[in-house]
Ligand binder design. Structure first.
Ligand code: ADP
Length: 275
């Protein structure tokens, strides 16, 4: 697809025609492009508009929760349920806004600074421990000299989604390993869990928005169904690939492969000075 004019999009293909000739086929897809843009704007605007009233509601709810001793027990339970659902809605809105942003901007819009991934991965390990509340064994293997050129916020969001999935889809007592390593050329962020695993038929669809293997279970585990869609977009914007391997009942591995051009090597001294 090439922008010919601001409003015109053409899809151009070269197809074989006879034995030696080729046909240049151009199709006007401006209307598809406009519909896609309207969809994007609509989602972004609705998400944005929902944010403020929800924040107000959550503020009031918090006040009620603070005075909960004054309410009868059934009402106290309802209050905590309402707060949980409001927090979930807030997560969905934030994820939708993030996806609209990732969708709407080209890769050039990402920040391109050297990001201290070793510190980020250690922090994520601590977050995972807090989320797991001691229920899992969480290890990390981190190459301390390995940084990445990219957008710190986006990378944080993508990696955090993979780590929180590992905790949420691994039963208590399971094991989770985070690895930030280099194979000599590119860099690899890997999250391995010994959790419930995923049937092979679902794997190609996991990065679609709102796609979930088991809707009820995912809702129970507090997910939004948007996490892996965010991961996919962030990887695309960093020229990286996401590889998913899994066996039902044994666990899953999510691997993010970054190309050598993204890798920044820091000496230990530089790293200490800048952290
Ligand atoms: P959710 O918010 O529902 O977790 P995601 O986009 O992060 O949404 O993931 C999509 C679906 O992929 C999940 O609903 C779950 O079924 C499956 N999934 C993701 N990560 C894992 C994992 N580590 N182990 C098992 N299933 C997973």
């Amino acid at each position: 697809t090439s922008p010919v004019h601001d409003d015109v999009r053409l899809s151009v293909r070269i197809v074989p025609f006879g034995n030696h000739e080729r046909l240049l086929a151009a199709r006007d897809i401006s209307y598809l492009y406009r519909i896609e843009q309207m969809r994007r704007d609509f989602v972004a605007n609705v998400s944005h508009e929902l944010r403020t009233p929800l924040t107000v509601l959550m503020g009031y709810l918090e006040t009620f929760v603070d005075m909960e001793e004054e309410f009868p027990p059934p009402l106290q339970r309802s209050l905590s349920h309402m707060q949980g659902q409001a927090t979930r809605m807030q997560g969905i809105i934030e994820d939708l806004l993030m996806l609209s942003r990732l969708d709407g901007e080209g890769p050039h819009a990402s920040e391109q600074s050297a990001v201290a991934i070793p510190g980020l991965v250690s922090a994520l390990r601590e977050d995972a421990q807090a989320l797991s509340a001691g229920g899992h064994k969480i290890d990390a293997e981190i190459d301390e000299t390995l940084w990445l050129r990219g957008d710190a916020k986006e990378l944080h969001s993508a990696f955090a989604n993979l780590v929180s999935n590992a905790v949420r889809y691994t039963p208590q007592g399971g094991k989770i390993v985070l690895r930030w390593t280099s194979d000599g050329a590119g860099a690899t962020f890997e999250v391995r869990d010994s959790g419930i695993g995923i049937d092979p038929e679902h794997i190609p669809r996991l990065t679609e928005r709102f796609y979930r293997v088991n809707k009820d279970r995912s809702r129970d585990t507090g997910g939004t169904g948007l996490g892996l869609a965010i991961v996919k977009h962030v990887m695309q914007r960093h020229g990286a690939r996401l590889i998913i391997r899994s066996k039902p009942g044994e666990g899953s591995v999510f691997v993010c492969l970054f190309p050598p051009a993204r890798v920044v090597r820091k000496t230990q001294e530089v790293q200490t000075a800048s952290t």
